[in-house]
Write a protein that binds this ligand. Structure first.
Ligand SMILES: [Zn+2]
Length: 342
């Protein structure tokens, strides 16, 4: 990356109201068939344009072609029955009705590769593509087949590896695996979670990252955050092993969070996407606030490895607020870039 402090978002951005119900997770599509396919491509173009207008350096599809960051990927796999639903507790936090694993899981054909090629055609800027991580996929399903979270994660890692290799070949510059489950199941992360992630990135010919956050700004998550006390040290449990892994980039929640910034020292050497935008509030950060968060992070990450970012995806926000936050991120990064150039 030539630009110092290149900005990006953690992933999802709001969808236009003509495509899906705004400010809603798992929002149903408003179009069908060929109209839906075209609508998704149009929304991707709009989302890209919004990022470019805000001055974002590493752009994405804004996840405009997915209903949800985990389930949409799983929908494309065989071995999972979406009719046969069970209630499970997601990330030990909230009940959800989820599909069941009923047989061996497999990727019959590429899932997002055509979308990625389409995005690649629209821009020469570096592009980042998000995929769910193996552990978070396991945690969003009922498994009636493998009956082992580790075994199922390993199978998903192999599938994700196929998809990641194809995405890199399609011209994606950074592939990011979303692993909010890493913040909850520390023993499993250290036992097999990071190993599964390394399986997913094996031989992938572009940069790879992992996004570990405290979730979207939905009620189940904000209620959970209230129980975590004044200092959130979850990252501390997994950073030593992550530091020793092959992953290039770690994406973290830092703005308004109670995570002590010095924990970043534990992953020294990695590139760090520092979340400087809070996605759980409609208040738009000032550029100064963004710069202050990045300045704090600079004590623990070298400037050439600091990537200003958002705490998490912004799909539950209004388009207007998300746009304001993107601009604040750019402006905040620019303040710090100026300081570093002095
Ligand atoms: Zn997130």
């Amino acid at each position: 990356m030539k630009t110092l402090l290149p900005t990006s978002t953690a992933g999802s951005l709001p969808k236009p109201a003509w495509l899906a119900q705004p400010e809603t997770l798992w929002s149903p599509w408003k179009l069908q068939d060929e109209e839906l396919a075209e609508g998704k491509r149009d929304a991707l173009r709009v989302s890209l344009h919004d990022q470019q207008r805000a001055g974002i350096d590493i752009v994405s599809d804004g996840e405009q072609t997915r209903q949800h960051f985990v389930t949409t990927f799983i929908e494309h796999l065989s071995g999972v029955d979406f009719e046969q639903r069970e209630i499970v507790k997601i990330r030990d936090r909230y009940d959800a009705s989820v599909p069941s694993v009923v047989g061996p899981v497999a990727r019959e054909k590429p899932v997002f590769v055509e979308d990625a090629k389409f995005l690649r055609q629209q821009t020469d800027q570096p592009i980042k593509w998000a995929l769910p991580g193996p552990m978070t996929m396991v945690d969003t399903l009922f498994d009636g087949h493998y009956k082992s979270r580790e075994k199922l994660a390993w199978e998903f890692a192999k599938i994700l590896n196929q998809e990641a290799r194809d995405l890199a070949a399609a011209g994606v510059d950074i592939i990011q695996f979303d692993e909010p489950a890493f913040n909850v199941f520390f023993d499993e992360v250290n036992d097999w979670g990071i190993a599964a992630l390394e399986k997913a990135i094996e031989g992938v010919e572009c940069e790879t990252g992992v996004h570990i956050c405290y979730g979207y700004g939905i009620k189940a998550n904000t209620d959970w955050k209230k129980t975590l006390g004044s200092e959130w040290r979850q990252y501390e449990e997994i950073f030593p092993k992550l530091q020793a892994s092959n992953i290039d980039i770690v994406s973290l929640e830092c703005q308004n969070s109670h995570v002590p910034m010095e924990l970043i020292e534990l992953i020294r050497g990695k590139k760090v996407m520092v979340g400087a935008i809070d996605v759980a509030t409609n208040t738009i950060e000032t550029p100064e606030e963004v710069a202050a968060t990045l300045r704090k992070a600079l004590k623990f990450v070298d400037a050439d490895k600091l990537y200003p970012c958002t705490n998490c995806g912004m799909t539950p926000l209004s388009r207007q607020i998300a746009q304001g936050k993107l601009k604040a991120l750019s402006a905040g990064a620019a303040i710090l870039r100026d300081e570093l150039a002095r």
